[in-house]
Design a protein around this ligand. Structure first.
Ligand code: GLP
Length: 240
């Protein structure tokens, strides 16, 4: 695992965006795994600036990690809407090449299988961008997730629902379930790039970088990946 420590959040985003830009310059049709949450926002900001400077992302395909179950795609906090607002529009991606799991499907298990099939049909993910939850979750793979799990329905941990309540009008409005790529799905990406900023992530970063590989801290599964990079600012690195 490669660990890169940068001064602050903007530098973390700039470093991660540099890695993505490098990939897209050599492979304009790259397949990116994209993440929601606040962690990758600086990365998207830096990529948008690179787009203004001439980086063409219009042929890139993207697969989101996860989606809530049961909220309409036009709800501003659905990951369909978040990915469109934070990623597709500012980076100039082609919406037809952007995929998000369907949390409104009648048959959720079939939707999960279909999502895995879509990733495979695209030739797999070249680079998976990840944030991390304070409890160590990546995507929505909460603690105790199987290390070889595939895209599936998960129940959100109460602490994750609490952490995400800030995006909704009330805590009760936060969905109970989600669809998420599994840890096994994430490990299949040819590169993994995790970004984390701030002291609230310091414990999770210490556990996944220096602790044992364990489903207790799902991000620790990246220790098994051959090309995983963890980019953190000094605050998130403070317990290493
Ligand atoms: C969310 C997402 C994750 C994200 C994490 C951390 O709920 N499903 O992909 O990495 O929680 O969020 P944040 O970056 O806002 O701290």
């Amino acid at each position: 695992m490669e660990v890169v420590i940068m001064a602050g959040p903007a530098e973390v985003g700039d470093f991660a965006a540099g890695r993505i830009a490098e990939l897209v310059s050599t492979r304009p049709e790259a397949v990116l795994g994209v993440a929601t949450g606040s962690s990758p926002l600086e990365t998207y900001r830096s990529l948008a600036a690179r787009r203004d400077a001439g980086l063409d992302l219009s042929r890139v395909s993207a697969f989101a990690l996860d989606e809530y179950v049961g909220i309409r795609h036009d709800h501003p906090e659905s990951y369909h809407a978040v990915i469109d607002r934070e990623v597709v529009q500012p980076l100039g991606l082609d919406p037809a090449r952007v995929h998000v799991p369907d949390g409104l499907a009648d048959d959720l298990d079939a939707a999960c299988e279909d999502y895995e099939a879509q990733i495979a049909a695209a030739g797999g993910v070249d680079l998976q961008l990840l944030g991390i939850g304070e409890n160590g979750h990546i995507g929505f793979n909460e603690p105790t997730s199987s290390l070889s799990s595939r895209t599936r329905v998960k129940t959100l941990a109460p602490s994750t629902r609490e952490a995400n309540a800030r995006f909704f009008d009330s805590a009760e409005e936060v969905p109970l379930h989600c669809l998420t790529q599994g840890l096994g799905t994430i490990l299949d990406a040819r590169r993994a790039l995790l970004v984390a900023q701030g002291a609230s992530k310091a414990r999770a970063i210490a556990e996944i970088v220096e602790g044992p590989v364990s489903s207790r801290w799902p991000g620790s599964v990246l220790q098994l990946h051959r090309r995983a990079t963890v980019v953190v600012d000094e605050a998130a690195a403070s317990r290493l």
